[in-house]
Design a binder for this molecule. Sequence first.
Ligand SMILES: [Zn+2]
Ligand SMILES: [Zn+2]
Ligand SMILES: [Zn+2]
Ligand SMILES: [Zn+2]
Length: 494
Amino acid sequence: MDSSDSLEVMEAYMRLVAPQDLNGIQKNSLSSKSSVRISQNEEVGRYLTATRDIAAGEILLCETPLVIAPQAGAGPTCLHCLKYLHEPYGSCKQCSAPLCLETCVNKYHTQAECQALERLGEKDWSLKLIAIVNAALTPLRAWVAIEENKSLSPLIMTLQSNAKERKKLPIGAFIKAVIIPLLRDRLGQASIEDEFIHRCCGVFDTSAFKIETVEGEQGRALLPLAAMMMHDCAPNSDHWFSEGKFIVRAALPIKYGEAITISYTVCLIGTQSRIKHLSITKLFTCTCNRCKDPTELGTHISSLRCRTCKSGLVVPPEINNEDWQCNECQVKLPQEMTAIIARAGGFKPGVTDRGELAKRLHDVERMVGLQHYGSLQMLMAIWKNLSSSDIEGLSGDELRDAVAVTEQLMEVVGQLLPGLTIYRGELILGNLKMRSELQRRKLEVTGSELLSTRPVPPHHEVVKERLELCRAIFQHHPLMPTVLELETQLQQAT
Ligand SMILES: [Zn+2]
Ligand SMILES: [Zn+2]
Ligand SMILES: [Zn+2]
Ligand SMILES: [Zn+2]
C-alpha cells in the first residue's frame, strides 16, 4: 500500500468514527467541525494537526478502540472487562479463561475467542499460561475483529509495526517460538499467517496505548487516530480512557497548523534515559525541545549537585560525549563519571518502610541533589506509600510530609507537563486531600522534617486556586466527583 492510499484509508476512518464518537461527550465542549486533521510529510509520515486555534481543555478526539486486550505477558486479567484480578477470581465456564467473580459490564471476551481458547483443554490456567495467552490475545482479537469486518484489515495494516526490524530482535524470536505455535497449533487458528502475527504484535507494541483506569482496568488499545499523534516529551495534549472511550484533550493552547502531540514516555526520568527508552520501545530518537535543552526546561532533573562548590549544578552538555560542567564554579566532569554518580544516586525500588524510604531519599539527595530525577523518584515512592495508606491512620507529621512531598513534585511536574495534564492534576488533588485532612484535624501546615528545605504555603494562599485548576483538569474525567467532594470538605473546614 503506498502512502497516498494509506492516507485515504485513515481519512475515511476518521470521517466514519469521529462525528458519532465525538457526539457522545458533552456537546458544548466541542465545535461541530473537527479541530484536528491528518497531515503527512516524508520525514515523520502521518500525524495530526490543528485545523484552527485550539484552547486548553478542548476535547480533540474521543475514539473507541478497534481492538483492546490485556497487556502482553500480564498476570490474571478479566478477559471481559480487563480488570486486573486478585485471588479469588472467576473463570469462563466454557474455556476456563480468567474472569471477574461477578458478572462484569464490558464484553470483550467474544464467542469466537472463547471457542479458540477452549481448544487449549486447560481447566486450571497456570500463571505462565495466562501470561502467554495475554500476549497472544492481541493478534487473536485483531484477527477475530477482521473476520467480522474485513474493512478493518487495511486500516490495521496501515499502522506502523516496525515488523521487519523486530524480526531480528529477541521479540521477533519470541513471537516465532511461542506466539505463532500457540495460535496455530493449540488454538487452531491455522489460517492466520505468520506475517499477520508479526505485524499485529508490532502494531500493538509500536502504536497501541496503555490503558489504566480509575476503575482498575489495565490493557492495551489499538486506536488508529490517536496513534497518529506525534510524540513530544513536553506535549501539548493529554489523554485518558474511560467507559470504553479514549479521550484526547488539549493541555495547552494549540495554534492553527501545529502538530497535536502526546508523550509516549514517563515524565520523571532524565533525557538520556528517556531517549534510550523511546529508541528501544518505539524505535525513534526524540529531538523535542525538552530533549535538546540540557536544563530540561529549567528543572535540571538530569544535572548533578556540584561536589566542588557545593552550590552549583553540573549540567549535561548540549552535544553528547562532551564533559559536563558546573553552572557556578565551571568545574568539568567527564561523561563516564557523571554516569557513575547518577547510577549511585539512582532510585532503588522495592522499599516499603517509611523510615527506610526517608533515609534513602536523604542518601540520594546528598549524592545528586533534590532536583535530580533519582531524588524525585524517591519522593514519588514516598508519596505513593503515603497516599495508598488510610488517610485517617496517618499522623499529623505524615500528613505534613505528604504535603511537602507533593509541593516539590508539583513544582517540577508543572514545568515538565504544564497546563491541563492528568499527572499534574493527580498530584494537586493528592496535595489538597492531605491539606483537607490537616484542616479537619485543625492542624497547621507547617514545613516537614522530611523536606526541611521545602517552603510550604499556608492553605488560604493556594487552596482556592488549586481547586479551580483541578476542576479544569478533571472536567469530563472520572475523578471529577472526587474534586467536587473535596471542594465541599475544604469549604466545611473553613
Ligand atoms: Zn471483568
Ligand atoms: Zn471463554
Ligand atoms: Zn523528547
Ligand atoms: Zn561547582
